[in-house]
Design a protein around this ligand. Structure first.
Ligand code: HEM
Length: 443
């Protein structure tokens, strides 16, 4: 079999016309595996079958790395944090940080999560119109600031970080729209790159300040947040701690990776619930029966299976990380075809998770599909909103707990009526193209 090849211009045209839908359109003509030819770039492959996803992401040690040019472009923001590091260095860092994300550890953030959600709900009025995407960003922003740094909205740092992240986010979005931008040196005087640099500098300064304050305070007097946990963590094999620079990189990585994704997930969950009255009614009934008006705790989560199914189904239809990539190494084959060393392989959760071969009625919102062990019956690699294999999302449990707790807290008290259309944007996470307005109805 020869792998179909398409021209870069065709890819760009499809992307402009269809946004995140473009690989599905190409899949109809070219199948599950096709190659894109772009001048001056390494060969690019789109691999859309679950077997491809599993082969690329679950490769035993050493895992395939992220493409060098992408890591370089992202490193000015994320430094050498978990998301961008590789090889033995990544493995050491992952080992050092993993305990901070164990189930027992992250449940300590549950009360903060519901507390912030309740505070937001307290400020809402019956009949008020809000932009749901912005509201969810504010909420997950407050939660991550609290979980990482114990910083509340009143802290001066919070405003600086907010602005820095906005600058950074807009800069990174420009990258995702134009692959060639990633190849330009960081100092190139383009507005998008300048904005990104401004955000990076401000964020780094702010986080450095917080680390220095915490070090001066010492472990015993420090609040039990992720900054303290990581500052005093020791490698179980070597006994080493992280340097301040490494800690800064990891905190910025967690910060960026940990709030936009969850906000995007929740934004879509509200839109889907507003559009599917029976699902919203089933959720409300479950919440009434289990919680009867009190705030949810982590102990309640197993008793809220429908809320969990809503989260899973939303992640299927609108995976916030809608594309992932890896760099091929010698010996990788897909569908029996050797993939050249250094080729870039794109994996698209958005596309694979809407494939009718694995999901009946693939574009329909059906939370019930997740009952009775449906997930276990899927081919490996058919559902991967958090990635797969050794580099799977470290914040997976944190995000799922947060999404379920926030849904439960808010849906008990308000129904959201969608007023404006929700369209997917083309940013690195699958957010809305334009603000989605909703009217709040108090229950
Ligand atoms: C709904 C929410 C989230 C989604 C959909 C999501 C998705 C992902 C995906 C797909 C990856 C793998 C990327 C790849 O293999 O190329 C990833 C990695 C990562 N995520 Fe998440 N994430 C979410 C929330 C979080 C949270 C809450 C945190 C931290 C508090 C976090 C931190 C990270 C980090 C550090 C990595 C890199 C892990 C490594 O390479 O070892 N994420 N995430």
């Amino acid at each position: 079999m020869t792998i179909p090849q398409i021209a870069a211009l065709q890819l760009q045209k499809q992307y402009r016309q269809y946004g995140p839908e473009f690989p599905r359109r190409l899949q109809q003509n070219y199948g599950d595996l096709f190659r894109v030819w772009m001048p001056l770039l390494p060969p690019i492959y789109f691999a859309l079958h679950p077997d491809h996803v599993y082969a690329v992401l679950s490769q035993p040690r050493p895992p395939l790395e992220k493409p060098t040019f992408m890591r370089r472009a992202l490193q000015s923001s994320f430094g050498n944090g978990l998301f961008t590091s590789q090889g033995d260095f990544w493995r050491r860092q992952r080992r050092l940080m993993q305990p901070a994300f164990h189930h027992g550890r992250i449940t300590r953030y549950a009360a903060q999560m519901t507390g912030h959600a309740q505070k937001m709900v307290n400020s809402w009025q019956d009949g008020q119109i809000i932009s749901i995407g912005e509201a969810m960003h504010e909420l997950t922003f407050a939660i991550v600031m609290d979980a990482l740094f114990s910083a509340d909205e009143a802290a001066a740092n919070t405003a600086v970080v907010h602005q820095a992240v906005r600058d950074l986010g807009q800069g990174l979005a420009a990258f995702s729209r134009s692959l060639p931008l990633s190849f330009l040196p960081a100092w190139t005087p383009l507005p998008a790159l300048r904005q990104k640099r401004r955000g990076e500098r401000a964020l780094a300064q702010c986080v450095q300040g917080m680390i220095a304050e915490r070090r001066a305070l010492g472990e015993a007097a420090s609040p039990p947040d992720l900054l303290t946990t990581l500052l005093f963590a020791r490698d179980e094999e070597t006994g080493d701690a992280m340097s301040d620079q490494q800690l800064q990189d990891e905190l910025i990585t967690l910060y960026i990776a940990g709030h936009d994704t969850t906000a995007v997930l929740l934004g879509w969950a509200w839109v889907l619930l507003a559009q599917h009255e029976p699902a919203a009614a089933t959720l409300t009934a479950e919440l009434e029966q289990t919680l009867n008006g009190r705030p949810p705790t982590t102990a309640d989560l197993p008793q809220l299976p429908y809320a969990q199914m809503i989260v899973k189904e939303t992640l299927r239809l609108y995976p916030p990380a809608w594309y992932l990539f890896r760099q091929a190494e010698v010996g990788l084959t897909l569908d029996g075809e050797p993939i050249p060393d250094g080729a870039i392989i794109f994996l698209m959760p958005y596309t694979t998770q809407r494939d009718g071969r694995w999901f009946a009625g693939p574009n329909n919102f059906q939370p019930e599909r997740w009952q009775d062990g449906f997930e276990k019956s899927l081919p490996k690699g058919a559902y991967f909103p958090f990635g797969l294999g050794p580099r799977t999302c470290i914040g997976n449990g944190f995000a799922l707990m947060e999404a379920q707790l926030l849904l439960a807290t808010i849906a008990q008290q308000f129904r959201l009526e969608q007023l404006t259309e929700a369209k997917m944007g083309d940013t690195p996470t699958l957010g809305f193209a334009a603000p989605v307005k909703v009217r709040l109805h108090k229950r």
